[in-house]
Design a protein around this ligand. Sequence first.
Ligand SMILES: [Zn+2]
Length: 221
Amino acid sequence: MQIIIFGSPGVGKGTQAKILNNRLAIPHISTGDLLRDAYRNKTPLGLKAHELIERGELVPDNIMIDLMREMLREKAYQNGFILDGFPRTVSQAEALEKLFKELNFNHTVVLMMQAEEDEIVKRLTNRRTCSSCNNIFTHDKVKGLDTCPNCGAKGTLYQRNDDKEEVIRKRIKIYEESTLPVLNYMRAKEKIYFINALNPVDEVTEEIIKILQGVKEDITV
Ligand SMILES: [Zn+2]
């Protein structure tokens, strides 16, 4: 089963991918991992991609797809995987579709985790970080505190720049603008399952598992 998860920053995609990875024993692939693994294994493609990243350039779609092919051919992925952060563009989606055909992967499930923008903003702006131990807290928990509850450092709790409202709204906007065409492209080929990401984490997991079982009955949890 090939699970593709979409969802803007802050909807808890990574959390769900990790839980599904544990419960269903299928690997989670993020594009960051893909690039790091290929570089660590010193494959020619991995080295090429690394060189581009070092120069501050984007890794082109054809290299990303070739890396994906290199990885997905491995035995570990034959029973399924969870793909997170890919495809990001329509041309990646087209190439991925071809690749799945080539590898005989024909149980694709597309999940879209949705939440109101204001709710995501509320969640993410509520985070505070300790500059000494790097622990993350919810603002409600550390409001008015002078010292870090984890390491005891004084005056180290702050709001990271990426947790500020205008930065978050910008990231969400960029995500939506770039993902919408991809979703529209995929909608024509696959059913897309929309999930309310604002429900509690375990309810979201149960909903996803029900969807997966509806697609492929022999899933054991
Ligand atoms: Zn601390």
